[in-house]
Write a protein that binds this ligand. Structure first.
Ligand SMILES: [Zn+2]
Length: 174
């Protein structure tokens, strides 16, 4: 399903309003009941006032009655920004599909383990800097990125677990 949804997002992107960046982005969110909500980025001359495609799609879903947990999947033609990741987390999507910087189709939940693998491979390379051309510094920088990402991911997972526990508690009380 993700690939079809992604293809739809690519078509939707053509309708973006991006006269300043010329960077058209499309997003399609699919609800558990099968409804789909399309979104594009809408830019503004005052840059911070623009809105990203995924937030447009989620806003449309909410306008039509969807709430966190109702949306199953979202496909985006660009890597979501920090603000949009927060939105995506809020609405508890099961699956998030987008393209990474290399243009490959990726699923967010698979990224962390890939980053881990790359790092653990890089740290085993232990040759003098003259041979590896500053690899040590790059590896150290990667480690910092990895730790921040792991921190974000852990926070997100803890928040999701807490949310689930609170909802179960509410159901058993009410
Ligand atoms: Zn965004």
């Amino acid at each position: 399903m993700s690939d079809k949804l992604y293809e739809q997002a690519v078509r939707v992107a053509e309708r973006a309003y991006a006269p300043y960046s010329s960077f058209n982005v499309g997003a399609v969110a699919r609800a558990r009941d099968g409804r789909v909500f399309e979104g594009v980025n809408v830019e503004n001359a005052a840059y911070p006032l623009g809105i990203c495609a995924e937030r447009t799609a989620i806003s449309r879903a909410v306008t039509d009655g969807c709430r966190p947990g109702d949306l199953e999947e979202i496909a985006i033609t660009a890597s979501p920004c920090g603000g949009c990741r927060q939105w995506i987390h809020e609405f508890r999507f099961d699956r998030v599909t987008f393209k990474n910087a290399e243009g490959e189709l990726v699923r967010a939940e698979e990224l962390m383990s890939a980053m881990d693998e790359i790092y653990s491979l890089l740290v085993t390379i232990d040759y003098p800097d003259g041979v590896t051309g500053g690899l040590r510094r790059t590896t150290d920088a990667l480690r910092a990125v990895l730790e921040r990402t792991r921190g974000d991911l852990t926070t997100a997972m803890v928040a999701a677990r807490l949310q689930g526990a609170i909802e179960r508690a509410e159901r058993s009380v009410g």
